[in-house]
Design a protein around this ligand. Structure first.
Ligand code: NDP
Length: 288
């Protein structure tokens, strides 16, 4: 039986530090404030906003919402982002993506100030992941993977990590963040040949492909640590990861469940980022 790496254990640890930092900011008269920018009312966005708002309330973080109708134009989204950039009462912004219809995520990301970019969508934040500079923030999910590994003291230095998936949201940034921690990282994707032979060689496997239960026991070996980043639905409509948990859990050494794994840590990373943004603003540290 594998050890289950639980998101809630990591969240409890992270929360303690975050609450203390919020109290210190409030003592200086700073109210850390997270803005949600939403275009339309997609149920997934509303549901995530509700749970993140509740999480923020539990840590003393204020939230504000900026909502545009689904008929909004790129120019109107950009205007809302400029208002957020210029508002000293907002420390950071989560913009729900993908934006609906023909709206351009890229145009919007080009407007958001990196110091308020809590989820690593701007070019400056992503460049900082490459250069190890403290500018903007890495994507929350990529950071959540590192928080999970650290909380459970999974060794990374010199270890082989195979990351499956190469998106800008997860695969690429998490690979670079693992590299920074002296892991030997292999990035795999849909064109990788004999993926199962590759993943079986790893000490740690990160699955971030968005394919429900696609990774069965043939992809894994005893003793491995598996991070399942996927958030998918199976044929019965149940939430599941990329890994076929029931089949793989008896094989590996440690594994994150879905739900209950990386997802809830991702939301805590959002909290961490807004508090860091408020601290940087209070200390006069700018972004770009
Ligand atoms: P994308 O669709 O942007 O990227 C998927 C990646 O998986 C691509 O790089 C793709 O390769 C690769 N891939 C697809 N099929 C295969 C295959 N058969 N073998 C190997 N690699 C493959 O997805 P995201 O990165 O945005 O999201 C991935 C998953 O993570 C989704 O389930 C998403 O819901 C979830 N997610 C979870 C979050 C959390 O907080 N836990 C937050 C955000 C997302 P190629 O580049 O060659 O096409």
């Amino acid at each position: 039986m594998a050890k289950q790496l639980l998101g809630k254990t990591v969240v409890v640890q992270m929360k303690e530090g975050i609450v203390a930092r919020v109290e210190a900011l409030r003592a200086q008269g700073v109210e850390p404030t997270l803005a949600f920018l939403r275009v339309g009312n997609r149920p997934d966005d509303l549901s995530y906003q509700r749970s993140a708002t509740k999480r923020a309330e539990g840590r003393g973080i204020a939230t504000r919402e900026f909502v545009l109708p689904e008929t909004a134009t790129d120019a109107e989204v950009e205007e809302a982002l400029r208002a957020i950039n210029q508002d000293p009462g907002v420390h950071g912004c989560l913009m729900f993506r993908p934006l609906p219809g023909a709206l351009s995520d890229e145009r919007a990301a080009a407007v958001l100030a990196s110091e308020k970019d809590l989820d690593g969508i701007t070019a400056s934040s992503l460049a900082a992941v490459f250069t190890d500079h403290e500018q903007g923030f890495p994507p929350c999910t990529a950071q959540a993977c590192l928080e999970m590994l650290d909380a459970y003291q999974v060794p990374l230095q010199g270890r082989h990590v195979v990351v499956v998936g190469r998106s800008l949201v997860i695969g690429k940034p998490v690979s670079l963040m693992l590299l920074r921690r002296n892991a030997t990282v292999t990035m795999a994707h849909s064109r990788t040949q004999d993926l199962a032979a590759l993943t079986r060689q790893a000490d740690v496997v990160v699955c971030a492909t968005g394919r429900a239960k696609a990774f069965g026991p043939e992809y894994f070996a005893p003793g491995q640590t598996v991070l399942d980043v996927g958030i998918n639905f199976d044929e019965q409509g149940n939430l599941c990861g990329d890994v076929d948990f029931d089949q793989v859990e008896p094989v590996v050494g440690a594994i994150t469940p879905v739900p209950g794994g990386i997802g809830s840590v991702t939301t805590e990373c959002l909290m961490d980022h807004v508090v860091t943004a408020a601290e940087r603003a209070a200390h006069g540290e700018g972004g770009r």
